[in-house]
Design a protein around this ligand. Sequence first.
Ligand SMILES: NC(=O)c1ccc[n+]([C@@H]2O[C@H](COP(=O)([O-])OP(=O)(O)OC[C@H]3O[C@@H](n4cnc5c(N)ncnc54)[C@H](OP(=O)(O)O)[C@@H]3O)[C@@H](O)[C@H]2O)c1
Length: 267
Amino acid sequence: MTNQHTIGFLGCGNMGGAILEGMLENGLCEPSGVLVAERSPERRDHWSARGVRVSDSPRDLAGVGTLLVAVKPQSFAEAAKSIGSLDESTMVLSVMAGIDSSEIARAFGGRVRVVRAMPNTPCAVGAGISAVAIGAHAGRDDLREAIQLMGTVGRVVEVGESELHAVTAVSGSGPAYLFLLAEAWIEAAIENGLDPAVARELVISTVHGSAELLRRDGDPEALRGTVTSKGGTTAAGIERLEAGAIREAMSTAVRAARERSEELGRG
Ligand SMILES: NC(=O)c1ccc[n+]([C@@H]2O[C@H](COP(=O)([O-])OP(=O)(O)OC[C@H]3O[C@@H](n4cnc5c(N)ncnc54)[C@H](OP(=O)(O)O)[C@@H]3O)[C@@H](O)[C@H]2O)c1
């Protein structure tokens, strides 16, 4: 097989690994049609055992048809340098936060087609959400390919590249907001006399079941109404959450994360 028919992975750690797993599970490609360049020997062994071609050198990725870039942003410049120039026959799909598509294209000599995606950690269980954006030199066909790839690990929405900072703040960082809420909720359950294991089960199952309801119904305010009767227990709890400025806290948290993403993007 020539490299042109190969999907290359530059870095295949947590996020790259989740995407490759999704692609293989969904039959989007054969293991032998994938080449993973990984620094970690354990990760190379893992993918090699799955029938994927592996290399310790990004240089071997030169000339692949699709290059999925999943190294940390701070590792990118050095890794791109060792791959060298790529031409317009390569489509780069980057999941890196903060590095814009023109910078990615420049790092590969200026001609590659670049699409960016911002996934989140639930991709590891096939329940992620990714936003994809057309970048430098890319067209609708590239976007379609990116949507197909990212669709193997969850849902996909299309945005403009400039919106990816806000996406990073909302859904990229989003799982951590929910996990923080779950931590505080479990602590509160224990404070109110519940056994820690029971507290954990109650909170996790409530988050999971409520997420399913929200996915089906789509309207958080209406769903909240179905649990809240005037003068009842939920109303008493919600009143304290509103008094504790939960909406303002969410608004300032998302703004701070977006501004931090913009700042990191400026280098
Ligand atoms: N995790 C998230 O929630 C999330 C969400 C959205 C986007 N992303 C993006 O996904 C990207 C990857 O994040 P991650 O959490 O998957 O990181 P990760 O688990 O550290 O995976 C990156 C992998 O790339 C390897 N690597 C680094 N430089 C290399 C090189 N020159 N050649 C070959 N392999 C190299 C690393 O090896 P070493 O460990 O030896 O360095 C590591 O195994 C980041 O750019 C991040 O912005 C992550």
